[in-house]
Ligand binder design. Structure first.
Ligand code: NCD
Ligand code: ZN
Length: 335
């Protein structure tokens, strides 16, 4: 099985030692990725984004990989600032204040008039807006409650490309077809697990993430659009590494680390569900090319059906399926 120029349209690469330790897990098998800006402090100036990209390129070493950089959205971004930084970024990521890891400086209230100058300028400059769509309501309802905010933004800014990040509910899937300018990323883990897998038996900290995995009918709705490679849906792993001690702790950090196994497990899933290789190719690459108008570097990943035992950790970060067997292995990466 062969995939061309896979892209991960939602990735946390972190910084410092963690970046050095995990960057190659993505850079080896993916041609590029949208890099989320939730560092401390968040990436929000041209200097910061340029310097972060350099640190990523250094950590990537000789792998062929394009980091598509993002800024952390602030309502104060104006057109002249956005014009000056436009060539360095591919998108801007909006976090509701305090909703997830390092999102304290995010947006609260979602007042259209307050957001109008920045979002109008982004639409004019063709900079997509990536959104972590959760309210601060009851944890299982946060994303469904946020759909009305997506609708408000999509209506108020019809020329702005809005990407609903890591969708987990049937409500978000429905919103996709109602608004021309709404798109979505879907993670690997939300195609595979429900809340039952996280908390139905012994608590599984390595499957705890934001948004939390939802109900079987939600997972089915996500699977349907992923397997048919719905043209507005892209793969975004939301691979979010935390050191083992931050996950296996009283007060567990949110995030599932899937980067090293993502393509292999997607291959297994699409095969099991009788979906075509063409659809997998569209889901992990072609849809994103079209939606983001990016041209990733050439890379061909050859996967083979040979069982692979997932390591217990990658430099101290526990991956999904640690110590378990998955059906596919990476045979070769051609650049
Ligand atoms: C992400 C992280 O750790 O940065 N965690 C997560 O559970 N997905 C933040 C995020 O994308 O929400
Ligand atoms: Zn994320």
């Amino acid at each position: 099985m062969q995939l061309t120029a896979p892209l991960d349209m939602h990735l946390h690469l972190r910084d410092g030692e963690m970046l050095e330790n995990i960057a190659k897990s993505s850079a080896h098998t993916f041609s590029g990725a949208i890099i989320m800006p939730n560092l401390v402090p968040p990436v929000s100036t041209k200097e910061e984004v340029v310097a972060y990209k350099e640190r990523i390129m250094k950590a990537v070493g000789d792998e062929t990989f394009t980091p598509y950089m993002t800024l952390f959205f602030k309502p104060s971004y104006d057109k002249s600032f956005l014009e000056s930084v436009k060539d360095e970024i591919t998108a801007i990521k909006l976090y509701p204040a305090g909703i997830t890891t390092n999102s304290e400086g995010g947006v609260s209230g979602f007042d259209v008039e307050e957001l109008r100058p920045a979002l109008t300028a982004m639409a004019e400059l063709n900079i997509p807006l990536c959104v972590h769509g959760e309210t601060n309501g009851f944890v299982m309802d946060r994303e469904a409650e946020f759909v009305s905010i997506y609708e408000k933004l999509a209506t108020a800014f019809p020329k702005l490309k809005i990407i609903m990040e890591h969708i987990t509910t049937k409500e978000s899937v429905q919103a996709l077809d109602k608004y021309e300018n709404l798109y979505a990323t879907i993670t690997l883990h939300h195609l595979l697990i429900t809340l039952d897998d996280v908390a139905g038996g012994m608590l599984q900290p390595h499957l705890f993430c934001k948004p939390i995995a939802k109900r079987p009918e939600d997972r089915s709705a996500l699977l349907k659009v992923a397997l048919e490679a719905h043209p507005k849906v892209m793969f975004g792993s939301d691979s979010a590494p935390h050191p083992r001690h931050a996950k296996e702790a009283c007060g567990c950090a949110a995030g599932v680390f899937t980067a090293p196994i993502a393509l292999q497990v997607l291959a297994e899933l699409f095969e099991k569900e009788n979906a075509s290789l063409e659809n997998l190719q569209a889901f992990v690459s072609d849809n994103a090319h079209r939606i983001y108008a990016v041209t990733p570097p050439k890379k061909t990943i050859i996967l083979e059906k040979r069982s692979f035992k997932v390591p217990s950790d990658y430099n101290g970060v526990v991956p999904m399926y640690a110590d378990e067997e998955i059906a596919y292995s990476i045979k070769e990466v051609q650049k």
